[in-house]
Design a protein around this ligand. Structure first.
Ligand code: DQA
Length: 141
């Protein structure tokens, strides 16, 4: 099974960025443990701060992988193009967020990608990614 994880803008700063909201762990250290926990899964990881680069990667991986776990970060709330890219590919995409976007500022309450994704895990800290991976492994969507 092949699972890709794609992170959007500012998530390269996890561990340094607003630790009260996003925690003290870098994504790289979390990802290292996550990949060890599922040795049967072939993982790939991509992060970009650029909307078009995220779209290009969805196009590249979106016909080949068994599932994509996507934290589109702030583009979640603005990007019709990312929603369209998810609709355009055949690989199921799971939306994840570290923080509970529905308990934060009102501009975060809207997700432009929610309807295009097969399911969402929101507000479980970094464990949102694990829930996304497990949903893909178990095909629970
Ligand atoms: C986030 C929530 C978004 O609102 C925010 O812009 C992010 C991270 C999260 O994982 O909690 O960058 O997607």
């Amino acid at each position: 099974m092949k699972i890709a994880i794609i992170n959007g803008p500012n998530l390269n700063l996890l561990g340094k960025r607003e630790p009260g909201i996003y925690g003290n762990s870098s994504f790289e250290s979390y990802y290292e443990q996550l990949t060890k926990d599922y040795p049967e899964v072939e993982f790939a990881y991509f992060q970009s701060n650029h909307e078009g680069a995220l779209i290009d990667k969805l196009h590249e991986w979106g016909f080949d992988y068994d599932g994509i776990v996507l934290n589109a970060a702030a583009y979640t709330h603005t990007s019709i193009a990312l929603g369209d890219a998810i609709r355009a590919i055949s690989t199921p995409v799971v939306e994840v967020h570290i923080s509970d976007i529905y308990q934060r500022e009102s501009f975060r309450h809207v997700s432009m990608i929610e309807d295009a994704c097969v399911c969402s895990f929101i507000g479980f800290g970094l464990e949102s990614y694990r829930k996304g991976v497990e949903a893909i492994i178990r095909k629970e969507f």
